[in-house]
Design a protein around this ligand. Sequence first.
Ligand code: AMP
Ligand code: GLY
Length: 421
Amino acid sequence: MDVLVIGSGAREHALVAALERDPSVDGLCCAPGNAGIAVDTATEPVDVSDPAAIAALAQRLGVDLVVIGPEVPLVAGAADALAEAGVACFGPSAAAARLEGSKAFAKEIMAAANVATAAAHSCDDLDAVAAALDELGAPHVVKDDGLAAGKGVIVTNDRDAALAHATACINARSRVLVEEYLDGPEVSLFCITDGTTVVPLRPAQDFKRVGENDEGPNTGGMGAYTPLDWAPPNLTEEVVRDIAQPTIDEMRRRGTPFVGVLYVGLALTSKGTRVVEFNARFGDPETQSVLAMLTSPLGELLNAAAHGRLGERPPLTWRDGASVTVVLAADGYPSAPRAGDPIVVEGGPVPGTLILHAGTKTNGDQVLSAGGRVLSVVSVGQDLADARARAYRQLDSIHLPGSHYRRDIAAKAERGDITVP
Ligand code: AMP
Ligand code: GLY
């Protein structure tokens, strides 16, 4: 089959790399892609926020399946435009992608499906915000109600900072969410679904804060790893049974079935497993590590989901060991990333690693930075220690002026220092 992947990040580079390993994928194209994807894969320009342009490209290329990476095209209705054009699509309709596009909608679905999540107040003025902050107490969690690339949330003990963020959100969108604080480690579980059947991938952990020891502002994600040896052994089954399946059933019941990947962001709290957020797509950077471990053919899996035939697939298979992903970010990321710096990779590739591009572009023979998260290094190894060593060895050889990365990705897990309260 011929597959078109939409997007331009390291997640899409990981999707392309995994699809290339699937013998049933004969042709592969990525739009718009990036400098790293273009080395081995055909790319086409496209405006990802334009559903009609995505559908027209898919028709022109005559592809059998479109896999949509980012949330922006999904929320804009790319899956709907593809359905109208008669092209199979892995990714939810705009109506179903509201699970990510509106946090208030996600809360409504969770309430209807009896899914455990943080208590929340949807507020449209500052008096309501102040009352909610006082009722829920510190630490305060204040969330933008729309898409914000992982940067719309603040978690703070500072009531004035919480109020200031709420003011900015209300000014932008006339609504803001104030949430109960969830203690405990976070887990991401990606659930592939055809709208009825749910097939979970393996849980991974993401590092949202820019700095080591989880300090500094939230980002789109600075690193990830899998497996989570510290997590309860039945976590995946529990999350499918109590969270993903009831959510998918509720979406279908409402006449807006969700087809694609439901990203379940969880906190394992002292009161039990709680949903932090839903996303309507693969997470970045967790996808890089999760797909590095998957040995089942990814194209067949996503195509089965797009055609409502997930129930017919054999169980997924995985390689042994562990995978670590470390994101290399540009100078100034996340507040004001600088672009246009040259990226130089010294020496040959470290065995067991891949350099997956995100914010990069070519200029003649040079590769230049062109975004906040510039690239990620994903590694596989026999265990976390081995995978970490390989990833960091590869990072040592990558030179980008002013860039930074976290040196503590998966370090606590390697030391056995993560506990569930
Ligand atoms: P979200 O945009 O909802 O994914 O939130 C981004 C990040 O903010 C999460 O991954 C958490 O690290 C943090 N966060 C969000 N909601 C909460 C919460 N209720 N309690 C604690 N941390 C949270
Ligand atoms: N890993 C965070 C995200 O993809 O939203």
